[in-house]
Design a protein around this ligand. Structure first.
Ligand code: ZN
Length: 172
């Protein structure tokens, strides 16, 4: 089942999310719903607060093109345990900030630890787009958006556009 994606500004997108204690069927269903919502958008990552659930859960799939098999990843309580000194700049976007893009600099490689959908501990080192995406999604769990890395003026400009967009959508 697809879920509605919250649009910035929304207080739920600024909250520190709670760790997941018990991975049961409800949370697995939420993860499936989030994957469906993400693929439909389409996007390459989605965090639980973006669908209004303030728990530490993200989903992502950064496989590009149609020739490679999809790789849906579900991460409960993900955390970065090591980051490279080397950085990378990617033009980022966000499903909660539609049609707005900006360059963000982040570590080029990160080692991430998380619990999978069966509650098993997983560790993997990500690079390239995967590294950017997983860091962007984990930021969401701490109430942080990619526009928080931008200069205040640029951030305010984007926020004003989003306020306008939300008003327009509310009128329909
Ligand atoms: Zn985002």
């Amino acid at each position: 089942m697809k879920r509605a994606i919250l649009i910035h500004p929304d207080p739920r997108l600024k909250k520190l999310c709670d760790p997941v204690a018990d991975i049961g069927d409800d949370l697995r269903k939420l993860a499936d719903d989030m994957l469906e919502t993400m693929y439909d958008a389409p996007g390459i990552g989605l965090a639980a607060p973006q669908v209004g659930v303030l728990e530490r859960l993200i989903v992502l799939d950064c496989v590009k093109g149609e020739t490679e098999a999809p790789r849906p990843l579900v991460m409960f309580n993900p955390r970065v345990i090591a980051s490279s000194d080397e950085t990378n700049v990617y033009e980022e976007g966000c499903l909660s900030i539609p049609d707005q893009y900006a360059d963000v600099e982040r570590p080029r490689e990160v080692e991430v630890e998380w619990l999978d959908r069966n509650g098993a501990l997983q560790t993997e080192t990500f690079g390239g787009l995967w590294a950017t995406c997983v860091q962007h999604e984990i930021d969401h769990l701490d109430g942080k958006l990619f526009i928080d890395y931008l200069k205040p003026l640029k951030r305010q400009l984007i926020t004003r556009k989003m306020v306008k967009l939300k008003k327009e959508r509310a009128r329909i």
